[in-house]
Design a protein around this ligand. Structure first.
Ligand code: 5AD
Ligand code: SF4
Ligand code: FES
Length: 352
């Protein structure tokens, strides 16, 4: 199996058959070699740096019903909250003082925040902190809204494709469209956003073939960012009894994503940190190069519960930034608080 990893390193891709073969016969030695080469690729592209983003989870309301997610509309026991634009600005102010130059505004799909309200919020943030990048993670909206928010100053947009398997997507997302989600990602790219896609690992019913498709899809989409995390069950969802994705499988997908898309920004996700105390550090050593400490007010953090036992939600985590900085440096990397644009975005700016 090691030869396949070397072939991938040399060529930057594998066929679907080869990928499935590799995933189904991954042994300890092959995995080690995969992680080593993924880390090398990341060093060639981005060096030793780890980019920090300040994450603001501004609303736990969601109109969707994704089977895996604790914020699904059908979960009547979920505690809901909304931060006002002024509260969101206050989070940015605190974050800016801590040194953050990227704010990620994330929420469920919550129509309470109209296009106009979001546009004016974005203008206010950009007005106050012109050298900071704004990343939106608010789900599916009309193309016109995406355009308005881009013109207001939003720079980036995260929306995982969740799974590249049409069958699995349809099972997990009642009343949502597999094709529409992909269209949204393309629309966002054509508007000019730096776009993040991504998927979960270990979803119930997910096969090695499905995971191979995730990588193949990402190669065609060529996003700036790729979010990969393990599925973790949430008690109050239809998947409460399902098994979580594994640490190893998730790290393998992170490493493969790095080799398939060397220039992507890849976060070491909170879900990986939840699965294992060293999950995020291990991801950094397997090719990831971004972490997203939580900047939300501590009072609301527990309410943004996508899955069980989410870390960084207690009082002790008021300053994830310091915790993470220590962890990143202990793992042998150096923290970069800059905007951290993707290499793809920087290259297209040069040519513009
Ligand atoms: N386990 C892991 N990740 C989840 N997400 C939502 N619910 C879960 C869960 N139970 C992820 C989705 C979504 C992102 C914000 O969080 O991939 O896009
Ligand atoms: Fe809503 Fe996102 Fe959770 Fe789906 S994954 S229910 S869209 S918050
Ligand atoms: Fe959040 Fe350690 S990173 S508390």
């Amino acid at each position: 199996m090691k030869q396949l990893v070397h072939k991938l390193y040399a060529r930057g891709e594998l066929s679907k058959v080869e990928l499935v073969d590799l995933l189904e016969h991954m042994d300890v030695e092959t995995r080690k070699e995969l992680f080593r080469l993924a880390r090398l690729r990341r060093e060639q592209a981005y060096g030793n740096k780890v980019y920090l983003r300040g994450l603001i989870e501004f609303s736990s309301y969601c109109r969707r019903n994704c089977l895996y997610c604790g914020l699904r509309a059908g979960n009547r026991e979920a505690e809901r909250y909304r931060l006002s634009p002024e509260e969101i600005l206050e989070c940015c102010r605190e974050g800016y003082e801590l040194g953050f130059r990227t704010f990620v505004l994330q929420s469920g799909e919550d129509p309470w925040y109209t296009a106009d309200l979001l546009a004016s919020l974005i203008r206010d943030i950009k007005g106050g902190f012109p050298d900071a990048a704004i990343t939106l993670s608010i789900g599916e909206r009309e193309a016109g809204t995406y355009r308005l928010l881009y013109e207001a100053g939003a720079d980036r947009f995260l929306m995982r494709h969740e799974t590249a398997s049409r069958r699995l997507y349809q099972e997990l997302h009642p009343l949502m469209s597999f094709d529409h989600r992909r269209q949204c990602l393309e629309t966002l790219q054509s508007i000019g956003y730096q776009v993040g896609a991504g998927f979960m690992v270990g979803l119930p019913g997910q096969t090695a073939e499905d995971l191979a498709e995730d990588l193949i899809y990402l190669r065609t989409l060529n996003p700036d960012m790729i979010g990969i995390g393990p599925f973790i069950p949430h008690d109050k969802t239809p998947l409460a009894q399902a098994k979580a994705g594994s640490l190893e499988d998730t790290l393998v997908m992170v490493a493969l994503a790095r080799l398939f898309l060397p220039e992507a920004l890849i976060p070491a996700t909170t879900a990986l940190g939840t699965l294992h105390p060293q999950g995020r550090e291990l991801a950094l050593k397997a090719g990831a190069n971004v972490v997203m400490p939580n900047l939300s007010p501590v009072a609301v953090r527990k309410k943004y519960a996508l899955y069980n036992n989410k870390i960084c939600t207690g009082d002790e985590s008021a300053q994830c930034r310091h915790c993470l900085e220590l962890r990143i440096e202990a793992a042998g990397f150096s923290v970069d608080m800059g905007r951290g644009d993707s290499l793809k975005a920087l290259a297209s700016r040069h040519h513009a």
